[in-house]
Design a protein around this ligand. Structure first.
Ligand SMILES: Nc1ncnc2c1ncn2[C@@H]1O[C@H](COP(=O)(O)OP(=O)(O)OP(=O)(O)O)[C@@H](O)[C@H]1O
Ligand SMILES: [Mg+2]
Length: 258
């Protein structure tokens, strides 16, 4: 059964249709790469799924539940986890404190209770244990007592993935996760995504321009062009398709044939 689905999802900005009737579903245990030229509507599609943007028409469902009327934070609580760059970190707190707060916020949200001194005290050990597990998973345990503000950029980006993991989402959404990273930093983030992929219960959506990354990580590729879904299938098949060769990679198949 598909976990996440969009149906006829459309958004118009004035006369411009940025996402145009996209119907697509995403299965647990798969990583789907979303590719397409600049301005194709990839980020806008993510905004519509995560609730940063309201659709003009169409729906977003998660596990059969219609989230179309829900806010972004309601969708996060429902299980949609989107990575945002550096926006959720507390720079003056330690790495461990940041992750522990994220774990706590998730658990409190799930149990629908507010800040409660007794629960903070009694859960402290459990929260720390979970935060430790996450820091282990992102290979940042050795830096748990460092202040976030003092971390190198690459470590801050790893920490963002850690905070996302603390949310325990069903769906992970990454929009060009290695953009702005140097050669040393990018492989670390890709390795984290690879590890998330090993958890077969998770659904991963990855917007990525780098075709070598897409080729390696994707189980499936969908192509957006002018807001519409124009190809969907196995990576090798989609990459070889004329629509990708022409529209996305800028290769003119006619010219090649000539
Ligand atoms: N809030 C907005 N208001 C008006 N137009 C918008 C808005 N957000 C996006 N657009 C337009 O929608 C289209 C799709 O943009 P989007 O950012 O989704 O493309 P993208 O596929 O993510 O491109 P890139 O690969 O460059 O990140 C573009 O023409 C863009 O200018
Ligand atoms: Mg974009």
């Amino acid at each position: 059964m598909s976990v996440l689905a969009t149906r006829d999802l459309t958004v118009r900005f004035g006369g411009h249709v940025a996402v145009n009737g996209v119907t697509c579903s995403f299965e647990p245990g798969t990583l789907t790469a979303i590719v397409g030229p600049n301005g194709a509507g990839k980020t806008t599609y993510f905004n519509l799924i995560s609730g940063q943007l309201r659709a003009s028409s169409g729906s977003v469902t998660l596990g059969g539940r219609d989230l179309s009327g829900d806010s972004a934070s309601q969708r996060t609580r429902a299980g949609l986890g989107r990575a945002f760059q550096l926006t959720n970190l507390f720079p003056r707190l330690s790495v461990l404190e940041n992750v522990r707060l994220a774990v706590q916020a998730t658990r409190d949200g799930r149990h629908r209770r507010g800040l409660n001194l007794w629960s903070i005290w009694s859960d402290h050990a459990a929260l720390t244990q979970r935060a430790d597990e996450i820091l282990d998973a992102v290979a940042m345990k050795a830096k748990e007592h460092e202040l976030v503000a003092s971390l190198p950029h690459g470590d801050q980006r790893k920490l963002e993935v850690a905070l996302l993991m603390a949310l325990e989402p069903q769906v992970y959404m990454f929009d060009e996760p290695t953009a702005g990273m140097n050669h040393a930093e990018a492989p670390v983030i890709l390795d984290l995504i690879r590890r998330l992929k090993a958890d077969k219960t998770k659904t991963i959506l990855l917007v990525e321009h780098k075709m070598d990354v897409v080729r390696e990580l994707a189980d499936r590729i969908i192509v957006l062009h002018n807001g519409a879904l124009v190809a969907d299938g196995e990576p090798a098949e989609v990459i070889a398709s004329p629509v990708v060769q022409e529209a996305y990679l800028g290769v003119s198949t006619q010219k090649e044939a000539a």
